[in-house]
Ligand binder design. Sequence first.
Ligand code: GLC
Length: 550
Amino acid sequence: MMHPHSWWQTGVIYQIYPRSFLDGNGDGVGDLPGMKRKLDYVRWLGVDAIWLSPIYPSPMADFGYDISNYTDVHPLFGTMEDLDTLLQQAHQRDLKVILDFVPNHTSDEHPWFQQARSNRTNEKRDWYIWRDPAPDGGPPNNWTSRFGGSAWQFDEHTGQYYLHLFDVKQPDLNWRNQEVRQAMYDVLHFWLDRGVDGFRVDVLWLLLKDEQFRDNPMNPDWKPGDNPSARQIGLYTEDQPGIHRIVQEMRAVVDQYGARVLIGEIYLPLARLLHYYGEQLDEAHLPFNFQLVILPTWGASTVRQVVEAYEAALPQGAWPNWVLSNHDRPRIATRVGPEQARVAQMLLLTLRGTPTCYYGDELGMQDVAVAPELMHDPKGKEHPEHSRDPQRTPMQWESSPNAGFCPPEVRPWLPVANDYQTYNVVAEQHDPRSFLTLVHTLLTLRRTLPALTVGSQQSIDQQNPTCFVYLRQHQDQRCLVALNFSAQDQIVTLPGEGQGRLLLSTRLDREGFIPLSEVHLRGNEGLLLEVEASSLPGEYVRRQHVLHGP
Ligand code: GLC
């Protein structure tokens, strides 16, 4: 029988920030040879795919998100051969490899931009977005960069401004130009032909801009010191008419290669986000769902609300996904605290849909305070409080100096966390109650329990407002997840008779049977229980709805 689900539906994605994973050549920066040495760890952990933030040639103005050659590997990270062997060795271990695809902008050092800026009649001129100065000589409109300041940079040589929604060294490509589209689709073909299993597409919702270049409304709630990316309402720079056609075109390229995946980085309100699945489910397989990343307050009712709203709004046949952290946002353990972070991991790994785990989160890693003089992130240069360096620090492998990330005598590109002797892979692998043991166990259970990978999901009503309880079921298998979002002990009374078999506590210190009528949860504890159908009232035991394949 054909497997009705694709690997990217049943699997778990692990995001690697290549600069920070493992330094294989002793220069203080992570690289592909380092990554290859850790494939067995990744496999052991129990994830199914790795997504690498960009590894292409780049002047590193935005740490690889400013690409000067889309079809090569930066020497800092290794060679094309290293990438090929990484692919091969990953595939041998049944791990998929997803690359980052950055189509909105190139580096200003990309030959295309070098040509475009050489003169106004160059054939590549229209590949970027050029405008005449406003009558007073200033920028053509009020658009602001998501890193702060105007989004326009004056080019003395040709007397026009170019657009950069990010750093001045990241000129935006003109996606209304057919040649640009073709060139970028050729890039997709190049990597698909080499065997990559899919792409995470950077800022997919920003590719098109208003044809009339109208001013964006300013965000009335924004105050100096707030995140510069929220300064304006992106009415004319985000989610523009015509964008869905482009996503369909990208998907069509990926679909030529069978079971590959297209993931979109999209920060939009739910209804607009979900459009990126495509009306015929012919756009992104997984438009990243950042609801849990942007949640203003972490709590049982807010989480329940976003989970239910998302489930209810998902188009028929669309596959859900969940994210807790990434290289742009504070780590989950910093946002919710180290104790509650265990509950967050249980949530991520038991919700319906594909989870994406950020490297180091499995150790309980927290953001690391980086002194202003050691900061690298262009976003943090003006406003250190918005720097993304704290969530990009080296992976903590062991208790030796530099946490085993790079040789002891070498200075890592960002500082290693002070608490690395407690939070590191080796120490945590030896501790049966560590954060890593919890994540590893969750991933193992997820793999062995179809209820957790392909089962339906349903919230369970109960009276305690600090806890969120839900049921996952597939055929005869039923799993209850009960999460305590408070630091105090709680009791939840579940409907139904009988007992549940405790498969896992986030504290990893108990098992056995628990009466459903009185489930005791300690502060910041989550429980995973297996229950018999006969223990649940009829309304919760229902036939599985037909699950649609990809
Ligand atoms: C995305 C990336 C971020 C980068 C930006 C510009 O949001 O995740 O790291 O700075 O795009 O490419």
